[in-house]
Design a protein around this ligand. Structure first.
Ligand code: HXC
Length: 258
């Protein structure tokens, strides 16, 4: 049997997925994508898991689509391939927050995979890029759509039309990345954040994630309406009563989430 292309671990309520194809800079082969989607599905259905971390290995985060695999595809085979849709749909189906820890290069599909995550932590040495133009193609897993939302049109166009990379600091300044930390600290900082999020009420975390994601789909008026409906829905949760009572207790106490 061939070796697994990912490593799956758990740290209390945090599920960790490490991309692991070191010989190909963790390139997204069809097998890797299937294994990644299986791992996401398994953490999503596990009530003991409250947040997920996706990261790379010592080769970095991910060098994008597997160029060798893709080079063998005809137009018809590429067109009929479902794996880009499956990848996007697989991430859309996860209600739990996914923190991407970008520990090195995130190129092409690797940058797109990073942008499928909900929060990004980057190592100081990380670089982000959409070099598809240098291969005679364009981003195919959300680069043209998500990058513009993350960093604006001019910077997104610049990256996509030149193929040039940006540094972690530039990514942070542009809003693509939440935090930049030294390589040796970035995973443990992300784990701490993931554990904190996983310690809150699971349904409330899921509703917060859904409401934020809907901002990209809905206009402001509909988005505000959607948010207020989810806000009202939290009033039906035992966790809502617990959170409010814990705050109002004298002395104030720590809420015990169900
Ligand atoms: C398959 C890859 C690969 C990739 C690297 N390798 N990237 N194999 N797919 N995306 C392989 C190389 O072929 C080589 O294999 C080994 O990894 C080491 O690569 P080198 O180039 O020798 O290493 P280095 O000089 O350190 O440069 C590393 C690198 C560079 C900066 C990551 O390899 C690179 O630029 N890779 C391509 C990045 C890219 O263009 N990504 C976009 C892909 S298109 P051998 O067997 O020779 O040792 C895309 C479209 C998205 O992502 C569509 C949706 C998913």
């Amino acid at each position: 049997m061939s070796e697994s292309t990912i490593i799956v671990e758990r740290s209390e309520r945090v599920g960790v997925i490490r991309l692991n194809r070191p010989k190909a800079y963790n390139a997204l082969s069809g097998i890797l994508i299937n294994e990644l989607l299986d791992a996401l599905r398994s953490f999503e259905s596990d009530t003991n898991i409250g947040a997920i971390i996706l990261t790379g290995n010592d080769k970095g985060f991910c060098a994008g689509a597997d160029i060798k695999e893709q080079s063998e595809l005809s137009f018809v085979n590429a067109y009929n391939q479902d794996y880009l849709k499956n990848l996007n749909d697989g991430f859309f189906a996860v209600h739990k927050p996914i923190i991407g820890v970008i520990n090195g290069i995130a190129l092409g599909g690797g940058c797109e995979l990073a942008m499928m995550c909900d929060i990004l932590y980057a190592a100081e040495t990380a670089t982000f890029g959409q070099p598809e133009i240098t291969l005679g193609t364009i981003p195919g897993a959300g680069g043209t759509q998500r990058l513009i939302r993350a960093i604006g049109k001019s910077k997104a166009m610049h990256m996509i039309l030149t193929g040039e990379t940006i540094s972690a600091k530039e990514a942070e300044a542009a809003g693509l990345v939440a935090k930049v930390l030294p390589l040796e600290e970035v995973f443990s900082a992300a784990l701490k954040t993931a554990s904190k999020i996983a310690g809150f009420s699971a349904p409330v975390v899921a509703m917060a994630k859904e409401a934020v994601n809907e901002a990209e789909e809905l206009g402001l008026k509909n988005g505000l309406h959607f948010e207020s409906r989810l806000y009202h829905a939290t009033f039906g949760l035992e966790d809502h009563a617990e959170g409010f009572q814990a705050f109002l207790a004298k002395p104030k106490r720590t809420a015990q989430w169900k």
